[in-house]
Design a protein around this ligand. Structure first.
Ligand code: CP
Length: 304
């Protein structure tokens, strides 16, 4: 039995295989319609979600399986004080695989030690979000044809943005990657990511507050939301929330084949006027997430 807590729990070869499976699902969906017949996925979401929970559920239904779960901690016995370990021991009696989101960093890891079925981390606090990274990787693969020699601008809340942390981990394994880390001083990438991932692996990176000045260099621009729910002080959030707003005029110096990505939900970071630009890829990411979650569920359940 195997759980996925961190994107690095998957080797690059396994990620290649998941991408190949996802591409085959896109081309031949009927082939997969009964792959998880009589299997159950439990979605245990202790924190709000639209995309991750519903794409996991859509993924399981499209594989012919069924779904149980809850969408908020207060709809479960966590509200009565039940521990994460007891919750997943219980749900292991009902489901074959669990996707779990929790506001506390490390909660899915704790769950994986107690559960008797695979746990998939669907986002833990400001830490990691490996299945968003799988969606991002399929998007990069389909837009760019591969992962090497890309200059990636990560813009916004790099401190609390868990999707950024997982994506840096994933992309750091490929050749010729350069990161441009664009954020306000207060929302810089945490030292543990800079030191343990970028410096340790000799990955090229620069830190800047300047989105416009960075634009012409970028192959990928990954915008992120300022994570209101992680702030201790509402005033700090209000001061920082609109630090970067991508509008069509700001894309004038960008490459023609730039891929504009965002894990969503967006608040103000990307103007809706950008949605019609052919470089906008964020709703493709949403769909790619479902296909990669289908591939991952099959892999963890040992379905051929
Ligand atoms: N990208 C993402 O995790 O979105 P949700 O919070 O809606 O699941």
């Amino acid at each position: 039995m195997r759980s996925i807590i961190d994107i690095l729990d998957l080797s690059t070869q396994e990620i290649d295989e998941l991408i190949a499976t996802a591409c085959d699902i896109i081309d031949n969906p009927d082939k997969y319609a009964e792959k998880c017949k009589r299997k159950k996925l439990a979605t245990l979401f202790f924190e709000p979600s639209t995309r991750t929970r519903l794409s996991f559920e859509a993924a399981m239904y499209e594989l012919g399986g069924n779904v149980i779960g809850f969408s908020a901690a207060n709809n479960s016995s966590a509200a009565k004080g039940e521990s994460v370990s007891d919750t997943v021991k219980t749900v292991s009696c009902y489901a074959d695989i669990i996707a779990m989101r929790h506001p506390k960093e490390g909660a899915p890891m704790v769950a994986s030690m107690a559960a008797s079925v695979p746990i998939i981390n669907a986002g833990d606090g400001g830490h990691n979000h490996p299945t968003q990274t799988l969606a991002d990787l399929l998007t990069i693969y389909r837009e760019k044809g591969g992962f090497d020699n890309l200059t990636i601008g990560l813009c916004g809340d790099l401190k609390f943005g868990r999707t950024v942390h997982s994506l840096i981990n994933a992309m750091s394994r490929y050749k010729g990657i350069k990161f441009i880390l664009i954020s306000p001083e207060e929302l810089k990438l945490p030292d543990y990511v800079t030191n343990n991932v970028l410096r340790k692996n000799n990955i090229s990176y620069t830190e800047t507050t300047d989105l416009l000045g960075s634009m012409p260099e970028l192959d990928i621009l990954y915008m992120t939301r300022v994570q209101r729910e992680r702030f201790f002080n509402e005033q700090d959030y209000i001061r920082l929330k609109d630090s970067y707003i991508l509008t069509p005029d700001k894309l004038e110096t960008a490459k023609e084949d730039l891929a504009v990505m965002h894990p969503l939900p967006r608040v103000n970071e990307i103007s809706v006027a950008v949605d019609n630009d052919k470089r906008a890829c964020y709703f493709k990411q949403v769909l790619n997430g479902k296909y990669m979650r289908m591939a991952l569920i099959m892999k963890l359940l040992g379905v051929e």
